[in-house]
Design a protein around this ligand. Structure first.
Ligand SMILES: Cc1cc2nc3c(=O)[nH]c(=O)nc-3n(C[C@H](O)[C@H](O)[C@H](O)COP(=O)(O)O)c2cc1C
Length: 180
């Protein structure tokens, strides 16, 4: 069965891997829309997602294509919101309930399951503030995958590496399967 999936991409180096996730979700027959933060665009271009999804990604809360706001129109009828990579900043905004950008606003509007795949340096990931935010989001019903341990772009090996797209895909399928 085809599902409606919103993928929110925030500004971590792991954003480049999300093209593969989006492609796989589309190939499975799902309708996928992408929302990106301005920081995410430093790591991967909007044209990649326009081509993969067949529609341009949304980067702005005031996108003229969505007179009611992309947070309303994209989430209407959505089956799953995936935020990957989820930066420390996005985790904080969502945990605090701050609608201070497109992706946190999508999170607050979501009535479907939300899956987050955090990615950051091991130093950031181990900070009590980040762990508090993750704990809060878990208590609020958010599903998490990762982060894994492994090579980090800061040239260290440690915890903070985003889970691989295949693993994220598997959790997406399981969350969508349990809706049917
Ligand atoms: C090269 C580079 C890599 C970064 N990687 C990460 C990352 O993996 N995780 C993270 O939380 N922040 C990372 N940052 C910092 C975020 O880009 C920064 O906090 C930004 O404000 C996040 O914005 P967003 O959450 O709205 O996308 C990185 C910054 C740079 C310059």
């Amino acid at each position: 069965m085809a599902h409606r999936i919103i993928v929110g991409i925030s500004g971590g180096i792991a954003a480049f891997k999300i093209a593969s996730l989006v492609s796989r979700l589309v190939q499975s027959g799902n309708r996928v829309s992408v929302a990106m933060t301005p920081s995410a665009e430093h790591f991967i271009g909007r044209s990649t997602f326009a081509a993969l999804c067949g529609e341009p990604p949304v980067l702005d809360s005031f996108d003229a294509r969505f007179p009611l706001g992309p947070h309303i129109e994209l989430l209407n009828g959505a089956d799953l919101l995936v935020i990957a990579p989820a930066t420390a900043h996005i985790l904080g905004s969502c945990a605090l309930g701050l609608a201070d950008g497109l992706i946190p606003t999508l999170y607050l509007q979501a009535e479907c399951p939300v899956l987050m795949a955090p990615a950051m340096s091991s130093a950031m990931w181990s900070k009590p503030a980040v762990q508090r935010n993750v704990q809060q989001l878990r208590e609020d019903g958010v599903r998490f995958i990762g982060p894994d341990s492994g090579w980090l772009s800061c040239r260290r090996v440690g915890e903070g590496r985003m889970s691989e797209p295949d693993a994220i895909l598997e959790v997406c399928m399981s969350l969508l399967g349990s809706k049917e």
